[in-house]
Write a new protein. Structure first.
Length: 304
């Protein structure tokens, strides 16, 4: 995608911004969204609207600028994870309105109340702040000239957010995973989300998502592919409820060390080579442990 793709001028002169205006009034405190403000936001240049303006418009008709949501459920036996309970395609509206609609769907499916003593406490199955950051990052960082919508797959134990695009030019996968600041793909869109308080600071999305899961046993995962990036948010769990005994022992050992080789884990646990391999692989599959290095230098550590 061209770096300035969102700034390309378009011929459509009949864009409306009622939803954007409403949020700017509520959060920023403007009296009305006039032409001067649209220019300040870089939505109007040289007497023409930009692609970014169309994306924020109520009558946004740009193709592949929506969000596809699928909610998966299990059957009675708990084996069929591909049964679709709910499907929705959010499109032909402002990307800002899309964002808030997605958050509303999350709240209905992943928030609940629990009675503790005399109080009714609101709780979350999956971190709401991490989800909000993930969706905002998907909108802000996706490539808008790829013929694909953002996809969100909601399951009982996780949520996957898939955005069309790839890493910023010059950024390595390791730098991305560590949450290093990246070049903004869509600075106009990012600036408006920043002004509205949806994102706190440019380039800290992954760090914030990881921070929200700092006490969680299972950590979020981030996968980069040629034409997409996948963020997976696990269920909130602070106890080892889904681990077999051998995995628990390896987990407790790795908690005490920065990283260990397989032989070191064998020595400290008293387990055989095959038992350590099964335990480590199980923890990797559950997104609790990650492998560092290759070949004979491979070591294992808890995900952070």
């Amino acid at each position: 995608m061209r770096k300035d793709y969102e700034a390309i001028e378009i011929e459509n002169e009949k864009l409306e911004f009622k939803f954007l205006e409403q949020k700017m009034k509520e959060i920023v405190g403007i009296e009305e969204l006039n032409l001067d403000i649209l220019k300040t936001l870089n939505l109007y240049e040289n007497k023409k609207f930009t692609i970014a303006a169309e994306l924020f418009a109520d009558n946004n008709n740009r193709k592949f600028s929506g969000i596809d949501i699928v909610v998966l459920g299990e059957n009675i036996a708990g084996k069929n994870r591909n049964r679709i309970l709910f499907r929705k395609n959010i499109e032909k509206k402002s990307i800002l309105e899309q964002y808030f609609e997605v958050i509303s769907i999350f709240e209905r499916g992943y928030e609940y109340e629990e009675i503790e003593g005399a109080e009714c406490i609101k709780k979350e199955k999956i971190s709401k702040e991490a989800f909000k950051e993930s969706v905002a990052s998907a909108i802000v960082h996706r490539l808008w000239d790829i013929n694909a919508n953002i996809k969100i797959i909601m399951s009982n134990d996780k949520i996957e957010i898939i955005l069309p695009g790839n890493l910023s030019s010059g950024m390595s996968e390791d730098e991305y995973m560590r949450g290093y600041a990246s070049t903004l793909t869509n600075p106009i869109i990012a600036n408006i989300f920043y002004r509205l308080g949806i994102i706190e600071k440019f380039g800290i999305g992954i760090k914030k998502i990881k921070y929200e899961y700092r006490e969680n046993i299972v950590k979020p995962s981030f996968e980069t592919h040629k034409n997409s990036i996948r963020i997976t948010l696990p269920m909130i769990k602070t106890v080892l409820s889904n681990l077999v005994n051998r995995e628990v022992k390896v987990f407790e050992i790795l908690k005490k060390y920065e990283k260990l080789s397989r032989k070191e884990i064998e020595y400290l646990s008293g387990y055989s080579k095959s038992k350590v391999i099964r335990s480590v692989n199980g923890l990797i599959e559950k997104s609790i442990v990650e492998q560092v290095g290759k070949g004979r230098s491979v070591k294992y550590k808890l995900k952070k």
